[in-house]
Design a protein around this ligand. Structure first.
Ligand code: PLP
Length: 441
């Protein structure tokens, strides 16, 4: 295909691809300029938690922008940021937390890594600067976040520019049958190999997101990881950028195992897509220790603690509470899982249907018994994505789950306001798209 450059003076990540121009959105639907209607079955990359066109969020943002659109967080605080933090404090799995706001998932991951380092410095552990992470993981595109990510294709051009952190195996029951404790023991081995006095933190996605596609770990994994981190004084960073804010049927994915991280980050659904916003949550005692021992936290950003962003997040949070969207995610999530199993699990190329809450993945394989993936060059996930898109369903896709390069997974993560009939429509279109594309393999 030749590059058509259909977008005037704009360039996008995926270049050889013409995009429809969007007109507007409403609820779980988007409409393009030609009038075509799409079900936003993944809320973009798992962002649109309360749906499109919510006047409550828009009004809250307008009011805040009229009052004070921007203030520098070095000089001022603001009511939206303070109130959002008080309300979030009652929800996060960190007791007595403090919050720091930035503008994206990558940024809060960068911040969390630097915070972990500075907490260790404040504790008197100056040598601890290693962040242990996992292969087949994703934490963002900026060099620090990419350095702790396990996506070979994304990392390759920049290897010489990144700090290479140790990667350990993630839980992936479909391809690697092992107890959670056994997989967690790889973390312990890595800490001991590098020397416990050098490891600052372990970062991971509580339920694997963009790389593996909705992989839920065995129940004994996170408790075992927590124990190992405690044993060696390693901080636990939970990256809830994708799976937080009710996506998996609880406020936070870590809540499924009642495991408390030391640092937690989220972004995507936090302000429902109305504003680019993420937070880092940490224990007050650790933040206070930095203040006492180091003076300040050596990090920041022009748009940190943005008042309009925090107003958007606060209004999003209120909708989530009023409309009981976390409960909806749990209840309808089970239904979505069942619908996908019923529609797809018998298909000869569907290896696994997996997920939790309103976040589900369908892994495709050449052969169900051997679990051999399709070669990356086949671009199967992309083809299915495109077919579903043509039919008016937006899904999320990923390639590389099997070995970093090969392995196709299609993900669904609709707005949490979705109802059962809409789930049915979504599963119907996805099933058709999968059947049609694979009929031609
Ligand atoms: N962390 C996780 C778990 C993610 O899934 C992502 C994005 O997909 C990021 C971090 C990076 O977020 P952003 O794209 O907002 O920089």
């Amino acid at each position: 295909m030749t590059y058509k450059h259909p977008h005037g003076h704009v360039f996008y990540r995926k270049m050889d691809h013409a995009r429809p121009k969007i007109s507007h959105g409403e609820g779980i639907y988007l409409f393009d300029e030609s009038g075509k209607k799409y079900i936003d079955g993944s809320g973009g990359p798992l962002v649109v938690n309360v749906g499109h066109g919510r006047s409550e969020v828009i009004n809250a943002m307008t009011q805040q922008a009229e009052a004070a659109a921007y203030v520098h967080a070095i000089m001022f605080t603001n009511q939206a940021t303070e109130q959002l933090s008080s309300e979030l404090a009652a929800l996060v799995p960190i007791s007595n937390p403090r919050f720091f706001y930035l503008s994206s998932g990558s940024e809060v991951v960068e911040g969390a890594i630097k915070l972990a380092r500075q907490i260790q410095q404040a504790r008197g552990h100056a040598m601890r600067d290693i962040i242990t992470c996992r292969s087949l993981s994703y934490h963002g595109m900026t060099l620090g976040a990419l350095g702790v990510s396990g996506r070979p294709g994304l990392r390759k051009p920049f290897m010489g520019m990144m700090v290479n952190m140790p990667h350990v195996r993630p839980p992936y029951p479909y391809r690697f049958e092992a107890s959670g404790e056994e997989i967690a023991s790889r973390l312990e081995e890595s800490i001991l190999a590098y020397g416990e006095e050098t490891v600052a933190a372990f970062i991971a996605e509580p339920i694997s997101g963009a790389s593996l596609g909705a992989v839920v770990p065995p129940d004994d994994y996170w408790p075992a990881v927590r124990q190992i981190c405690d044993k060696y004084g390693v901080l636990l960073i939970a990256d809830e950028v994708l799976v937080g804010m009710g996506r998996t049927g609880k406020w936070w994915a870590m809540d499924h195992w009642q495991v408390q991280p030391d640092i937690m980050v989220t972004s995507k659904g936090l302000a429902g897509g109305y504003f680019p916003l993420g937070f880092i949550a940490a224990k007050t005692e650790d933040v206070e220790l930095i203040r006492q021992k180091l003076g300040d936290w050596n990090h920041g950003g022009t748009f940190s603690h943005h008042p309009v962003g925090c107003a958007a997040a606060l209004a999003t949070l209120h909708i989530m509470k009023t409309e009981k969207l976390v409960e909806n995610s749990a209840t309808l999530g089970q239904k979505l899982g069942q619908m996908l199993q019923d529609a797809l699990s018998e298909h000869p190329n569907v290896g696994e249907v997996r997920g939790r809450g309103l976040f589900w993945g369908v892994e495709l394989v050449q052969d169900k018994v051997s679990k051999i993936p399709f070669p990356a060059a086949r671009h199967l996930a992309w083809d299915i994505w495109q077919r579903a898109f043509d039919k008016g369903l937006i899904v999320y896709y990923s390639q590389g789950c099997a070995d970093g390069q090969n392995g196709d997974v299609i993900m669904l993560g609709p707005p949490l306001i979705i109802n059962e009939a809409q789930l049915d429509d979504m599963v119907g279109i996805l099933t058709e798209a999968i059947h049609e594309v694979l009929a031609k393999k």
